[in-house]
Design a protein around this ligand. Structure first.
Ligand code: FAS
Ligand code: PHB
Length: 391
């Protein structure tokens, strides 16, 4: 097989990149190791920044999002039984966010790709990227029981944290920055209308909790739990009781309960791989960086990377200059590190580490008091939450 751009991975990064290249008249092939059902049903992100919403509309994947997505103009911070709403449009130049699950984004992009895009091969596992530093990089892959090779001009590794693309970059050229956290998120889906019309981020002495949603009738909620927690060790009752404790307020707000339909634990990690390019191999999305989901940045960073790559390759084709391709890693990393900073700040602001001291507890409350009483402090949060510019 031969194509201009070999894309490894059909998560949001790989799928959106295929659309962006298609619209620029550049052919690509997407290799995805899992089947379509897995990709379309893997519960992950839920918040789209304004920039992501705009790009999805531009590539023709915005109709269902505009019909079913929920535009949100703020979030609530909850601490010491207090409630403070952060008003995004007032603080971040009119920007808001969209609640629309990553599963739905993938369904929309897959439908588009199958209807009018280049090859999207499911159950096609990339085994290795070869000759990445030549002008003829190759992806060796296995599909339908036999090994094959995809000859490319460029390869983009959109294969997530556990993918293979990153391994093609020589360790001597690589610098990895990472931090793991002594806690994780126990996430649930529940068939119950959300008990608040916007997201609620709660800091409590017992730990963090997040109220999110998937629709007016489906709630998405998270509890901070110790790292390594087994989701099945939490009964439904225990989950609801703990969420009620952590969302407590001084007023009469109540958390509605309902049938839990899905339960899973997500580990927390900050990770950046530098550089995000080696020869004709480019990394995008979780293949290059991971953020703790507290800042709702993961999916949106992946979008920023592939928009940057598509712009750079289009520029190279139209102007004959590799200038933007050569700047790809630096351009992406500027945005990545801002998202890493924000995600770390939100995580350290709202989660209580197992060994937290009384001093650290008071420091968290002082930071939250500052945000709820200073326009400058809450502006920083609103600007970062609603999104950084794409390069
Ligand atoms: P993805 O991991 O989504 O996609 C990579 C794709 O590559 C997968 O489909 C995989 O099957 C495929 N692949 C891997 N190896 C391959 C190979 N060798 N050959 C072919 N294909 C291969 N972000 C948020 O903003 N909010 C959240 O609440 C949130 N929750 C998350 C929960 C979990 C459990 C995880 C793991 C992540 C979560 N994230 C969240 C982050 C998540 O949304 C990612 O940022 C987003 O999926 C990134 O998209 P991709 O870079 O496309 O990577
Ligand atoms: C979600 O709805 O899954 C979600 C929302 C906000 C976050 C993380 C996850 O910060």
């Amino acid at each position: 097989m031969r194509t201009t751009v070999g894309i490894i991975g059909a998560g949001p990064a790989g799928l959106l990149l295929a659309r962006l290249l298609h619209d620029a008249g550049i052919d690509s092939v997407v290799l995805e190791s899992r089947d379509r059902t897995y990709v379309e049903h893997r519960q992950r992100a839920g918040i789209l920044e304004q920039g992501t919403v705009d790009v999805l509309r531009e590539v023709g994947a915005g109709a269902r999002m505009d019909g079913e997505g929920l535009r949100h103009d703020g979030i609530e911070l909850r601490f010491a039984k207090q409630r403070h709403r952060v008003d995004f449009p007032a603080l971040a130049g009119g920007r808001s966010v969209m609640v629309y699950a990553q599963t739905e984004v993938c369904k929309d992009l897959i439908a588009l790709q199958l209807a009018e895009g280049g090859p999207l091969l499911f159950e096609a596992e990339a085994l290795a990227v070869e000759d990445a530093d030549s002008d003829r990089p190759r992806v060796r892959f296995r599909h339908e029981g036999r090994e094959d090779v995809l000859e490319c001009d460029y390869v983009v590794g959109c294969d997530g944290f556990w993918g293979v693309a990153r391994k093609a970059i020589p360790a001597r050229l690589t610098q990895v920055f990472e931090r793991t956290y002594p806690f994780a998120w126990l996430g649930i889906l529940a068939d119950v209308p959300p008990s608040h019309d916007e997201l609620v981020y709660a800091r409590h002495d017992r730990g963090f909790a997040l109220l999110s949603m998937r629709s007016p009738s489906v709630s998405r909620l998270y509890l901070q739990v110790p790292e390594g927690t087994d989701a099945d060790s939490w009964s439904d009752d225990a989950i609801w009781a703990e969420l009620e404790r952590r969302f407590e307020t001084a007023d009469d707000w109540r958390l509605a309960r309902g049938p839990i339909t899905q339960k899973s634990v997500t580990p927390m990690r900050s990770y950046v791989h530098e550089p995000m390019r080696y020869g004709r191999l480019f990394l995008a999305g979780d293949a290059a960086h991971i953020v703790p989901p507290t800042g709702a940045k993961g999916l949106n960073l992946a979008v920023g990377d592939v928009v940057t790559f598509a712009r750079a390759l289009t520029y190279a084709k139209e102007k004959g200059s590799a200038e933007l391709l050569d700047a790809y890693s630096e351009t992406c990393l500027r945005r990545v590190w801002q998202a890493e900073r924000f995600s770390y700040d939100m995580t350290s602001l709202l989660h209580r580490a197992p060994d937290a001291t009384a001093f650290e507890d008071r420091l968290q409350l002082a930071r939250l008091e500052r945000i709820s009483s200073s326009r400058a402090a809450e502006t920083d949060l609103a600007e970062a939450y609603t999104g950084f510019p794409f390069g």
